[in-house]
Each structure stands twice: as structure tokens, then as C-alpha cells.
Design a protein around this ligand. Sequence first.
Ligand SMILES: Cc1ncc(COP(=O)(O)O)c(C=O)c1O
Length: 421
Amino acid sequence: MSAWADNIRKVVPYVPGEQPKDSSVIKLNTNENPYPPAPGVVKALQELDASSFRLYPDPSASVLVDAIAEVYGVGQNQVFVGVGSDDVLAMAFLTCFNSGKPILFPDITYSFYDVWADLLRIPYEVQPLDDEFKIRPKDYKKENGGIVFPNPNAPTGIFMPLDTVEEIVRANSDVIVIVDEAYIDFGGASARKLLPQYDNLLIAQTLSKSRSMAGMRIGFLLGNPQLIRFINDCKYSFNSYTMSRASILLGAEAVRDRQYFYECTQKIIQTRERAKGQFCKLGFSCSNSMGNFLFVSHPKYPAARLFKALKKAGIYVRHFRTPERISNYLRVTVGTDEEMDALFRFWNNICQTIGVIDVKKIYVHFSDFHGPFGGIAGGNPGFPAAGASDCAVLYCLHYWKYAPGANYIPVCEKDARMGGR
Ligand SMILES: Cc1ncc(COP(=O)(O)O)c(C=O)c1O
């Protein structure tokens, strides 16, 4: 490598969920809102004067800041806005976590936190969630350089009651505690009401999820005026014009429409609760998520294989290979009722099979398939032989396909009840 490479800042970047080009995909992988933004956003977009784009936007984004301050009942000087909550969180890390002491966050959480910490050279220590994937407040009562956690947590969706949030904020009055409320609008209670009591509390929210504005990139922080001023100083030392004219105007419209916001989030909550029941019926473990996503695992069917089979069927969900503890889970964004029905039709097919056979033991080479009970490949190299009786059952239910490489992927080509049994 060239000598200059020694002086390059090297980081392992965050990997966002896939954005497929094919619009027919059922996209349940990045926690987007399945419904369009508020009607006022559409109207404002149509009325947008393109000739104004030659001018720089308002650096203080005051139209948007005012709308947020009004809707959330805080002062304008308590609001910091930016290009999605990723931007405002990164700016908060840069501004607030400078003591040289390790910051604390859960071991299973939003996977951008360690990336920002590494990028900004902030030391950190992850705190393990308990066996039920809950944050243990006692882990956040040691000396530290700051704290950050999502509430509800991601990707589990588990919500921490406000009194526990307060316990952590109160125990850490000499550092900044950031509560990332990206998913708070889907049933949780915001820590906003703690702001008057705790000057070390900083809340991050986004318009990406509950307000259907992920593509516009709008997020904000709420905190005490002095802290917000410090964060603004850092922002203005980096880039004065982070938000475009369009996102300032359209973001303000999205925030103002409280009725549409309420209806939209309620629809998602109802679909989520229905989906929880359906997952449980199919034998999945399903966390009591308070986000717009579910975190599910099946005791018999490996998540990695399910992920691939779903993708092949045109249904995208999220699978995290690390940390190891969650490698057998899938995070499924709550879509429309119709999208969820399509997902459950697929699960039903797969799970019927799981109920009869152990998928880990049976591998059938698709090209060896010659008829309902013939052509069983019992000896694919490196894989256990399939027992004839198991395969007979398998043939009754599904075709399976051999995929090149190390993985064998079950594919429901169709529900192949081919007579016989
Ligand atoms: C916990 C959490 N925080 C923050 C974000 C960032 O959201 P955005 O940058 O779209 O506002 C996400 C995105 O998925 C998230 O899951």
C-alpha cells in the first residue's frame, strides 16, 4: 500500500438495508412507512418554486424548527434539525462525547453507534442486554463518557418504561444521555416530558418512520437550550446548509398534520399487533415490539435460510449475522395489511413443511426430482443423507431447490401436494 495510506482514517462503515430497484418487491427490510406522507406534503411539493433553488436554504431551518417546537411544546431554542436522525445523532456524538471515557450502549442495538464511535475515536463499552433482550439499568451506573440507547430498542422493538429511562438519566447527571426515539410514535411514551428536569437529556427523533419521510432525510434533537447551542456551533463549523429548501418546507408540513400522523401510526400499530398473533401461531418467538417492526425467530428454521427463501420470493426482510446472539432472528418491518398477508401466505407454506420434517437433515437435489416419490438425492456430497420416509413426506409438501455453493435453500415453487399422501 502507498505510504499515504498510513495517514488515512480507516473505518468499517455501517451497512444500510438493501434498496432494491425492482418496485414489485414487498419491502419489509428498512422500517420505512408503507403509507404516503401527509397530504400537505404532497401539496407543498407541487407548489415548490424551483427558481428558489438558486438560493442557499435558511441555515437555521427556522420554518421546520418552529413547526417542531409548536407540535412538541418546546422552545425553538430547544430544537436542532438535520439530515435524518443519523445526521443529528452523529452531530450529538461529536459535540457531547469528548471526555475520553468510554460511552455506554447496549450490545444489541442500532448498529450505527459503534460506527460513529470508531469514526470519531470515541471509546465505548457495550452493555449486554438481559436474557429477554432488556436493558439492565444497573449497567449504566458506572463511570462513563456518555450514554446512548434507542427506546424502543432496535432491532428488538422492546420499549423501556419511562421511569427506567429517568433512573438512567438521573444517575448520570455529569454526562449527556441520548435517548434515540426513532420508533417512539408506534406506542411508546417519549422522554420529552423529562426535559424540564434534566439538562443532560438529549432526545433524537426522525420524520423517516412515523411521518413517511425517509427519502427526504429529516431528523431532530430536543434538549436544553445551552446544549442545543453547543450542537449548533459544531454543525456550523462543519456545514451550515445541511438541509435543503425542499426538506425544510416539506418537513414542516409533515410535522403539522397531527390528524394524518395519528391515523397512520394507528394503522401500523393495528397491523403490528395482528402480525404478532400470526407469528406466534406459526411457532415463531416474537418480541413485544413497540416499533414499526417485529423481531422474530423460529426454533426449527434457521433465520439465514428463511431470509434467502423470502428474498427469492420477492419479500425483503432484515437479517443481522452479528452479534451472534441475534443471528437466528429476522427483523420484519410492518407493512400494509396486504403486504403482511402475502408474507404470512409464504410463512404458512414454509411452516407446514417445518411441522413435518427437520429441514436441517434433508437436502434434495432439485434436478434429481423425477416424480412424486422418485429421484431422491440421499447422498449429496458433504450433506447428511435424507431418509426415504422423510423425503416421501417432503415430496408430498414441497419442491426443494439445490442452490450452488454452500447453502441449500428451500423454495416453495408451489405447494406441491402431488397426490399420494
Ligand atoms: C434506532 C434508529 N435510530 C436512528 C435511525 C436513523 O433514521 P433516519 O436517519 O432515517 O432518521 C434508525 C434508522 O433505521 C434507527 O433504527
